[in-house]
Design a protein around this ligand. Structure first.
Ligand SMILES: CCCCCCCC/C=C\CCCCCCCC(=O)SCCNC(=O)CCNC(=O)[C@H](O)C(C)(C)COP(=O)(O)OP(=O)(O)OC[C@H]1O[C@@H](n2cnc3c(N)ncnc32)[C@H](O)[C@@H]1OP(=O)(O)O
Length: 153
């Protein structure tokens, strides 16, 4: 199944967290599930904080790109954009807040769920919940801002 990241132009597809063209990155994919958004990721052994548990920086990174991806989905919906080829809106992170509630175990799939809290003309706020083996381990909030096609060029 295609994620919003599959609809970014190539120039915006090199992000370490979610760029489909970054062979060293996490290449996460974010899509709608009902009214919310969803990203899945399976940490590797080397994503370790202490043996058996995921490094918190990685979890923040996953929430970051889940947030910007969810924001792009929300803007596309709000603006009536039908996704095809590389026409997705692109959002950059303005603010990232993460709260680690429980250690996150390595050894299974991580699921990140997003709730769109606010959608403006450019700014989107997304609340994220990160689950490991069905247990809520991390929550976060991402403020994303729509950027123009020539951002970074
Ligand atoms: C330089 C590298 C960036 C690379 C990113 C590539 C983007 C590609 C897009 C897509 C690709 C796939 C996705 C990638 C995902 C990547 C994730 C990351 O790791 S991103 C890297 C870290 N983030 C930055 O480096 C942003 C640096 N900051 C900025 O560029 C600007 O400050 C920016 C664009 C965030 C806002 O600047 P303004 O001048 O365009 O817009 P104003 O008018 O200041 O703000 C618009 C709204 O946002 C709020 N806002 C701005 N900053 C905020 C903040 N820090 N906290 C809360 N709200 C904030 C403001 O209050 C305003 O809200 P009101 O419309 O009035 O309601």
């Amino acid at each position: 199944m295609k994620g919003i990241q599959d609809y970014y132009p190539d120039h915006f597809a090199h992000c370490y967290g979610c760029g489909r063209l970054n062979e060293h990155g996490h290449q996460i994919k974010t899509f709608w599930e009902g009214e919310g958004t969803l990203t899945r990721f399976v940490p590797k052994e080397y994503h370790t904080a202490i043996p058996g548990f995921v490094y918190g920086g990685l979890l923040a990174s996953l929430i970051d790109c889940h947030g910007t991806g969810s924001a792009a989905l929300a803007l596309a919906k709000a603006q009536g954009i039908e996704l095809s080829e590389t026409n997705a809106p692109r959002c950059v992170t303005a603010s990232l807040q993460v709260k680690y509630l429980k250690p996150t175990p390595i050894g299974g799939e991580i699921v990140i769920k997003g709730k769109i809290k606010e959608v403006g003309a450019r700014k989107v706020i997304v609340e994220a919940e990160l689950f490991a083996n069905g247990v809520l381990c991390v929550v976060g909030e991402v403020v994303s801002v729509l950027v123009p096609d020539n951002f970074g060029l």
